[in-house]
Design a protein around this ligand. Structure first.
Ligand SMILES: [Zn+2]
Ligand SMILES: [Zn+2]
Length: 279
């Protein structure tokens, strides 16, 4: 969608990823909007976790969607002229039948769509939420996926790739998020060749699909890492993929948390190298 790319070209004072009382966020939309405006943002996108057809306490109840739109439009009016409030959802890709591409989400009155994978089917096709705390992931890995870490990681990326093929969204959310938990199970994971090939596949799919790729700063303060990991950013830059830096805030106090660090790091990576041909 053009609108996101236009914003990226005109300002770095945006955040396209924020959660509130409509899903697992801890503060109200009004508080998140107030903190964002106070922090100097000129664009704020709300991204409640989309409704899903399975039990999930983190996702917005489908009965709440109307109320979410109402509150969005109230805040759009309230901040008109100061900060653009955008209405979105972080839409879960669960498979062919559920993701940003389906009519249900294409027909929603959203300003843009953020596509993310959190649920990964196990060998029996049961979807398990691989996001969240490591303790739960470790339990799922042992009891749900038969201890097969490579299966989980490959399945996760298979879904990211399929979501990109299906399309229907503007921003690819935290595309290597599985690495947060999976690299705790195996700290060598991200150094392995097969893993890097999966990253390369995502980068090339993202490049041909024309989506904006998110660098998610939510975990930087506590875990010292971004999603995608900093080691892969050069691949995004080389592929000339537009990048959005989002806080994925669940609290009003964290609306711009670690965005500045990511912006600086990205800037230093993208500095043009000295042109040797002119020497
Ligand atoms: Zn997410
Ligand atoms: Zn999120």
């Amino acid at each position: 969608m053009r609108v996101i790319k236009n914003i990226l070209e005109s300002t770095s004072d945006y955040n396209f990823h924020a959660h509130t009382q409509f899903c697992d966020g801890r503060d109200s939309m009004e508080d998140i909007a107030g903190a964002s405006a106070a922090a100097g943002l000129v664009v704020l996108g709300f991204t409640p976790h989309s409704p899903v057809p399975i039990d999930s306490p983190c996702n917005m109840d489908k009965g709440k969607v109307g109320e979410y739109y109402k509150e969005s439009s109230r805040l759009k009016d309230m901040y008109a002229g100061r900060m653009d409030v955008l209405t979105s959802m972080e839409i879960d890709y669960l498979g062919d039948d559920w993701g940003p591409h389906i009519d249900r989400f294409q027909n929603q009155p959203l300003d843009y769509r953020l596509g993310s994978v959190h649920f990964v089917p196990n060998q029996d096709g049961i979807l398990l939420d691989c996001d969240g705390r490591f303790e739960r992931f470790a339990r799922y890995l042992k009891e749900g996926y038969g201890g097969d870490l490579r299966y989980v990681v490959e399945k996760y990326f298979e879904h990211v790739l399929k979501m990109l093929e299906r399309g229907g969204f503007d921003i690819l959310g935290h595309f290597d998020k599985i690495a947060g938990n999976a690299s705790q199970a195996d700290p060598t994971l991200e150094n392995q060749g097969w893993y890097e090939s999966l990253i390369d596949d995502v980068v090339s799919h993202a490049q041909s699909s024309g989506v904006v790729v998110e660098i998610n700063t939510k975990a930087f303060e506590n875990q010292g890492r971004f999603y995608p990991a900093e080691r892969w950013w050069k691949k995004l830059l080389d592929a000339r993929i537009p990048i959005a830096i989002d806080s994925d805030a669940h609290y009003a106090s964290k609306v711009i948390q670690s965005r500045k660090e990511a912006i600086e790091k990205l800037k230093s990576l993208s500095k043009p190298h000295a042109d040797m041909s002119s020497i």
